[in-house]
Design a protein around this ligand. Structure first.
Ligand code: GLN
Ligand code: ZN
Length: 757
């Protein structure tokens, strides 16, 4: 049996020790030159190419590197740069960074382009902005060509990887009358020119990524796709000898599969990990002389691939596709996983042997392609052994769950009456989302404790002092529902993960979240169990400082799961329930200890909503919403449950949010046009709501008048008795001065409304 070929869609690009982050940050501060930054970038690219070459990867990508984001790169490549950035008169790279994260300095003051989540990942891309005067044409330095040549000079033949025109146009924002269709012809011409240049430079294959094909594709979008590729492919084939790979990922392309296979692409890349229907589609027919780039190794998670299972999948695929035409590939770019397990020194080898980060995945691709028997045997043994034993108590608790565990009684309307009595809050109650400014001393205290430089007593005493001050401040400002300030946490997921059994933490497993920002997600390793209270001590202390209610502050199960690397051996539903039970224990302990209001943040609930509407409920909401209900269903009627979400685009899932059955929800709304309010109105949303009345992402202090105006808009759509007044997210990244000033204005605005009412 001859070995198969292997392919990688993209490689991590922040640098093994986050070199790009550090070099970029120094460049932003003017501490290093552009040449220094370019050098760091070139080294990172070389590193990736050499690793892939050494692993024997057949199709190694280039142009997968980016200084900030590939979509933004594409906008610059196509000349779609809003005038306000060009007018600053900066260097090309500085102009690029101005669009990426804004510019404030001698040459002007411009905000960044908006940032959005990249499909169903935790990576964020920059949203290109097109207006009626934008003309798409290949412009500036042709980055894909430069990087192709750079690799070639190092003796490596690469596959230039481009974000395709359809996806680019689908993700762009249109500020004028012209929409995607109006830009298609010029986009195609630019891509054609680019492909010609790449082919002339020696590129044999060019990968054009069209992940937007995994969304629901309507007729108009399908037309756009067809018009783009009918022309582009014909021209490319007529004018060059380059082969075109249409690469897709993050799902299957059921809506356009028939068109895609009839188009004459030289290669088609499909995702067999997240693409629920990919196998079925291929079985329905795959063109004879086309290469299938089969994405079988999961590019998004950190577990070792089960070779037996992958081989079975490949065998199924080969019933419909000539084996010689099957390339073993990653399901998506490896950008979404860390560099290498070799950088982990603290976790035991017994644990690490179950992980495959980007570099280990290269070996997996080669093992699968070569059908390496020794590797197969070793892998079989790994999966045959018990990785982690079940926690009997957790299993019993899960098995015992019945419908009643997910339903809180009495009804929300009845609870509302009870809670009105208990709390006696004024109309338009005021509160905050939880955290208060995390000053350098707050962080220093945590760090000193972690390093063992101070005792637990010292650590606690400092935080208690901060809590007492924070509460005194809130009382003096006149807020109605108080928070303790969250000085003991740096991160809302890590804080709980480190105190619940079942999670493990890596040292260096960083993944790019956006630009220079990286995250180190916890790993769900075993059954989740809470063995001791986590927040009770802090909350009880805080409540003792005031007669006003202090909110207990927890992170919900769906958010904890969405911001972790989940297990693959049990379902997401089961993991969410396990985390739910752990957080439920905490909720009940808080209640038992006299905490009357408990906020359970679900900041990230929307993030993993499937890309296709038809999958929303059956694949996600049907377990995610109950997991939240599980957490609070057992509390007393008089205990008030709050939740918080970091976005306002939940128009489409308003009913599901209401079905979480919280008593109060706060969310981000200040930067949106409050469109959601219409949706709340139409759905007769029952949960009391606090749409954020000012933007905490900026140091700007909102005036009383401004907040009053926002509240009037809210009152047009939401019954007065349901309206809460609060900022749009936690205050931890803000300074103390602006926070106090903003909150004073917020309270003044609420008072003005009470007077009007
Ligand atoms: N309670 C958290 C805080 O205030 C919520 C953070 C968030 O929504 N991301 O910081
Ligand atoms: Zn938030």
């Amino acid at each position: 049996m001859t070995a198969k070929k292997t392919s990688v869609i993209g490689f991590p690009r922040i640098g093994k020790a986050r070199e790009l982050k550090f070099a970029s940050e120094k460049f932003f501060k003017g501490e290093v030159s552009e040449a220094d930054l370019q050098k760091a970038a070139a080294e990172i690219r070389q590193y990736g190419w050499q690793k892939q070459k050494a692993a024997g990867i057949s199709f190694i990508p280039s142009n997968d590197f980016s200084f900030y984001d590939n979509v933004l790169d594409t906008a610059f490549l196509l000349g779609a740069v809003p005038a306000r950035y060009k007018e600053l008169g900066l260097s090309a790279l500085e102009t690029y960074f101005a669009a990426a994260h804004g510019y404030q300095g001698a040459k002007g003051d411009v905000k960044a382009l908006p940032m959005k989540k990249w499909f169903n990942t935790n990576y964020h891309y920059i949203v290109p902005e097109l207006d009626d005067s934008t003309e798409l044409a290949l412009s500036g330095d042709v980055k894909p060509l430069q990087e192709y040549n750079e690799a070639k000079a190092a003796g490596i033949q690469t596959v230039p990887s481009l974000i395709g025109p359809y996806t680019f146009l689908r993700l762009a924002r249109y500020n004028g009358n012209k929409k995607a269709g109006a830009f298609a012809a010029s986009a195609v011409n630019a891509y054609l020119k680019l492909v010609e240049q790449l082919a002339a430079a020696g590129a044999e294959w060019i990968a054009i990524a069209e992940p937007a094909l995994v969304f629901d594709v309507n007729d108009e979008e399908k037309q756009l796709f067809k018009s783009i590729y009918a022309f582009l492919l014909e021209q490319v084939h007529a004018k060059t000898s380059a082969k075109i790979l249409l690469q897709t990922y993050f799902g299957d392309i059921r809506d356009v599969y028939q068109d895609v296979v009839s188009f004459g692409f030289d290669g088609i890349g499909l995702d067999f990990v997240e693409g629920l229907k990919s196998l079925e589609l291929v079985k329905a027919g795959f063109p004879k002389n086309t290469v299938l780039f089969a994405g079988v190794v999961n590019g998004k998670n950190i577990w070792r691939a089960d070779y037996a299972q992958k081989n079975a999948l490949l065998a199924e695929i080969e019933k419909s596709v000539d084996a010689a035409n099957v390339v073993v590939g990653t399901s998506c770019s490896l950008l979404h996983v860390p560099y290498t397990v070799a950088a982990e020194q603290k976790l035991p080898a017994e644990t690490l042997k179950h992980f495959a980060f980007a570099e280990e995945k290269l070996v997996e691709l080669a093992d699968l392609a070569n059908a390496d028997t020794a590797a197969l045997e070793k892998n079989k043994a790994l999966f045959a052994a018990v990785r982690v034993s079940e926690n009997a108590a957790v299993q019993a608790a899960l098995a015992a769950l019945g419908d009643a565990d997910f339903v809180r009684s009495p009804s929300r309307a009845d609870r509302k009456k009870v809670q009105k009595e208990v709390f006696g809050l004024p109309a338009f109650p005021t509160t905050t989302i939880g955290s208060f400014p995390q000053t350098a001393e707050v962080r220093a205290n945590r760090a000193a404790f972690k390093k063992g430089e101070i005792t637990r007593e010292q650590y606690v005493a400092f935080n208690q002092k901060k809590i007492a001050e924070c509460i005194a401040l809130q009382e003096s400002i006149g807020l109605d529902v108080i928070v303790h300030g969250e000085f003991e946490r740096n991160d809302m997921v890590e804080y709980f993960g480190t105190q619940i059994d079942g999670f493990i933490f890596t040292q260096n497993a960083w993944v790019q979240s956006y630009g220079t920002r990286c995250v180190k997600p916890p790993v769900v390793w075993g059954d989740i169990h809470r063995s001791k209270p986590i927040t009770v001590e802090w909350s009880v202390f805080a409540q003792k400082q005031t007669n006003k209610p202090v909110k207990g502050m927890l992170t919900g199960p769906v958010t904890i799961l969405n911001w972790s690397f989940p297990r693959e051996d049990i379902s997401l539903k089961a993991q969410a329930q396990q985390i739910g039970l752990a957080i439920r224990d905490e909720v009940l302990d808080l209640e038992k200890n006299g905490i009357k209001i408990i906020q359970i943040d679900e900041a990230a609930l929307r993030e993993k909503l499937p890309l296709r509407k038809s999958d929303w409920h059956k694949e996600y909401l049907d377990w995610a919403i109950p997991a939240f209900r599980l957490v609070h269903a057992k509390v007393k009627p008089e205990t008030q449950i709050h939740t918080h979400m970091c976005y306002s685009e939940f128009n489409d899932i308003v009913r599901d949010i209401d079905a979480m059955d919280a008593d109060v929800i706060t969310f981000e709304a200040s930067r949106s046009d409050l469109k959601l309010l219409d949706a709340l109105n139409e759905a007769h949303f029952e949960t009391q709501v606090g749409p954020g009345v000012y933007d905490i992402h900026s140091p700007r202090v909102p005036s009383v008048e401004e907040i009053v105006n926002t509240l009037h808009k809210i009152l047009d759509k939401v019954p007065q008795e349901n309206v809460w007044v609060n900022p749009d997210c936690g205050l931890k990244t803000r300074g103390e001065t602006e926070t106090t000033a903003s909150l004073k204005n917020l309270v003044a605005a609420a008072k003005q409304l009470r007077a009007e009412a």
